[in-house]
Design a protein around this ligand. Structure first.
Ligand code: 3IX
Ligand code: FAD
Length: 615
């Protein structure tokens, strides 16, 4: 759509006091990465077959899937070319770079996301060298998914009921679904797309259960795509979002796979049925750990999209004068609006930085694990659980806040905010549900509190627990260091309170697990435990308001620096040129309900009623 840029946005961009490009380079971790990112964006977004004539919202569930799968294979081809260097761009700023522009292409989710993001990465991380050589071929016929959750169990994976029983007479595993609750349910791409999967099942050898292991199973014929004998597979139906992802169900009826299809890098079953234990029994959970880490960066990106849309719109939208004799103001001038939006910009930066830090930590810990050193795994797990939980919860709350900050127009699908919300809020549940993951981190913290309470030596990272016990905390200072100290005091105080409740429940004769459950609200909620006083809070509040005023002239510059193209934002409210009302009218004209001047239902249903008395 041609036309001039909105006057208010032009003025906002003139007001900006910093170099927008410089911030973009910081976000990209360097100018070189910005250049590469833009090359990838240009390359992919210029592929004409990826763009729709009819907006996604007007398609049926089936049409959406078929349209998405067409695009998914175009994107897959490009990803393979990037990977092999046939397209000369090889490096990306963060793990989510190539994934992120897909949001614009699918306006939903790539049905091959789990194939690309989880299936291959799990094989790369958990299959033996020989298995990788066989399965990780560039021309492989496999389209895979990651099949873990069952109808009856998602969070408590030790409760998974699918079995893999070793048959030493044929050197095979028999995969079996013993009852309805054991049906696999949810995996993305399983419904219609995948012909293979990595399935999590309880391993049985000679009647002994060795717990959860991962197996590669072919489920459809590579040529005809028909389900193999003994496989019952299908799609689970429409959801709040993720409607292009053909999430599926799967049941096995004594389905046989070769013994060598168990992922055997960390754990082995030998030909004679000997079980060789892994060095750490949670290595099988490694793919969940990695995905939790990558999700933090993705959620930061979703926040930057929502902030871009809502800030640009708030600069263009004028409603109500502040003084009655003045013209109507940009809604961005209302301090309450600034509070809603600037916090979203800030949170995006916070989770971007933390996501990158976690990505690098994961790389480091994985290299250690490779050398046989498992020492850092528990801390990484505790951090990943907590950060995945709070980043997804914050992101979905803030995306919704941005949507509400756009008033009625934020409710339009064409604003793209409802889709970003539906996508973001799913992350609170998948890959480990919010409360369940917080309780994993609580378990880790309580373990170290116990050491502190018993005056045993603590690792350096937990020295602040000891400080708290000895009341070594300094008086609150209104500074970044003071805020960090304050947070440490909160964590220590909260952990102490939860630990004390736990001990009290135990003294009253409860079993540990029951006592833990009774303390679980305390274990997941944070409260104020620092030395901060009422006056400090007032000082913080006024500093916060000063900062809002300082940020105000730079708000549009800050979101421009995220450098998200219009094709990816897909928003009538958030486009770079700010021609909001023109775009809204143009989108409305695409509604099928505007195709006929008089809809046929008028003749069928309305006229017979309204004209009844006149006939
Ligand atoms: C796919 C994307 C790929 C990436 C692409 C990049 C970007 C794309 C962007 C976005 C992606 C967008 C969309 C993706 C869409 C959908 C994907 C969804 C895929 C799924 O949705 S896929 C299913 C995930 N489903 C879960 O997420 C289940 C959650 N449920 C659990 O995860 C376990 O059930 C748990 C942990 C709650 C309990 O497990 P448990 O009962 O066996 O253990 P228990 O509590 O008894 O703890 C005993 C000891 O193990 C330690 N421990 C536990 N876990 C560990 C680990 N991982 N590492 C190291 N230590 C660990 C403990 O800390 C403790 O240690 P200690 O004893 O010392 O205290
Ligand atoms: C969009 C989407 C995509 C998905 N993709 C995949 C996929 O590709 N592959 C796959 O295998 N799975 C997938 N899943 C499944 C997902 O991983 C699970 O839904 C998730 O792990 C939560 O498990 P659940 O559904 O069993 O929730 P439940 O565990 O039944 O949770 C219900 C409630 O019980 C509470 N609860 C449960 N246990 C405890 C406890 N111990 N203490 C306190 N409270 C508790 C929870 O906090 C929650 O409030 C997907 C899910 C979604 C929504």
């Amino acid at each position: 759509m041609g036309g001039r840029v909105n006057e208010d946005l032009i003025k906002e961009r003139r007001k900006c006091t910093f170099d927008i490009k410089e911030l973009t380079h910081i976000i990209d971790c360097g100018e070189e990465n910005t250049i590469k990112r833009k090359q990838i964006d240009n390359y992919i977004l210029n592929i004409k077959e990826l763009w729709d004539d009819v907006p996604e919202e007007y398609l049926s569930h089936k049409e959406r899937y078929e349209n998405a799968i067409k695009k998914a294979f175009i994107v897959l081809k490009v990803l393979r070319q990037l990977h092999t260097g046939n397209i000369q761009i090889t490096d990306h700023r963060t793990p989510t770079n190539v994934y992120s522009i897909q949001d614009g292409i699918f306006r939903n989710v790539n049905p091959l996301l789990i194939h690309i993001g989880l299936f291959w990465s799990t094989i790369a991380a958990q299959a033996s060298t020989e298995q990788q050589a066989e399965w990780l071929q560039p021309d492989s016929s496999m389209i895979g998914t990651y099949v873990q959750t069952e109808l009856g169990h998602g969070s408590f994976i030790r409760g998974i009921e699918t079995t893999a029983t070793y048959d030493s007479t044929t050197d095979e595993f028999i995969l079996h679904t013993p009852r309805l609750s054991a049906y696999k349910w949810w995996p993305g791409g399983l419904g219609n797309t995948a012909n293979a999967c990595l399935v999590m099942a309880q391993l049985y050898i000679n009647g002994t259960c060795h717990g959860l292991h991962i197996f590669l199973a072919q489920i459809r014929d590579f040529d005809t795509h028909k389900p193999l004998p003994g496989i019952k597979v299908g799609e689970i139906g429409p959801k709040m979002g993720f409607n292009t992802a053909d999430n599926g169900f799967l049941g096995f009826d004594n389905h046989r796979i070769p013994r060598t299809n168990m992922l055997m890098k960390n754990v082995q079953v030998l030909r004679d049925g000997t079980y060789v234990k892994p060095k750490h029994d949670k290595l099988t959970y490694g793919s969940m750990l990695l995905t939790r880490v990558t999700l933090i960066s993705d959620l930061a990106y979703q926040l930057s999209k929502a902030a871009t849309i809502a800030v640009r719109y708030s600069a263009v939208r004028r409603q109500s004068p502040i003084k009655s004799n003045e013209p109507e103001r940009q809604i961005l001038d209302f301090v309450s609006q600034q509070h809603k939006l600037f916090i979203t910009i800030a949170s995006s930066h916070v989770y971007r930085v933390v996501g990158l830090w976690m990505w690098n930590s994961h790389k480091r810990v994985t290299a250690d694990i490779h050398e046989g050193n498992m020492g850092q795994l528990p801390e990484l797990h505790a951090l990943a659980c907590c950060l995945k939980a709070i980043s997804s919860r914050d992101a979905s709350a803030l995306v919704e806040q941005c949507r509400l900050a756009c008033g009625g127009h934020g409710y339009m699908m064409a604003s793209n905010l409802p889709q970003i919300y539906a996508y973001t809020t799913a992350a609170v549940t998948y890959e480990g549900e919010y409360t369940v993951l917080l309780l994993q981190t609580a378990r880790y913290l309580v373990k170290f509190w116990r050491l502190a309470a018993e005056h045993k030596p603590l690792p350096q990272n937990f020295a602040y627990f000891e400080d708290y016990i000895k009341k070594n905390f300094e008086q609150w200072r209104n500074s970044p260091e003071g805020i960090i100290e304050g947070f440490k005091a909160i964590v220590a105080g909260k952990t102490k309170a939860a630990y004390d409740t736990l001990q009290c429940n135990l003294r009253n004769g409860r079993e540990f697990e029951e006592a833990w459950n009774m303390a679980s609200v305390q274990l997941t909620n944070a409260s104020e435990y620092s030395t901060i006083s009422r006056n400090d809070i007032e000082a913080l509040q006024s500093r916060y308001e000063e900062l809002l005023a300082l940020i105000r002239p730079n708000a549009v510059g800050l979101v421009d620096a995220f450098d998200i193209r219009d094709e990816v934002l897909c928003s009538t409210l958030g486009a770079y040129d700010g021609r909001v009302y023109e775009r809204m009218m143009e989108e409305a004209s695409k509604s099928p309900l505007n195709e006929d001047v008089v809809n046929e239902s008028f003749h069928k249903y309305i006229r017979p009623v309204t004209m009844k008395n006149k006939l």
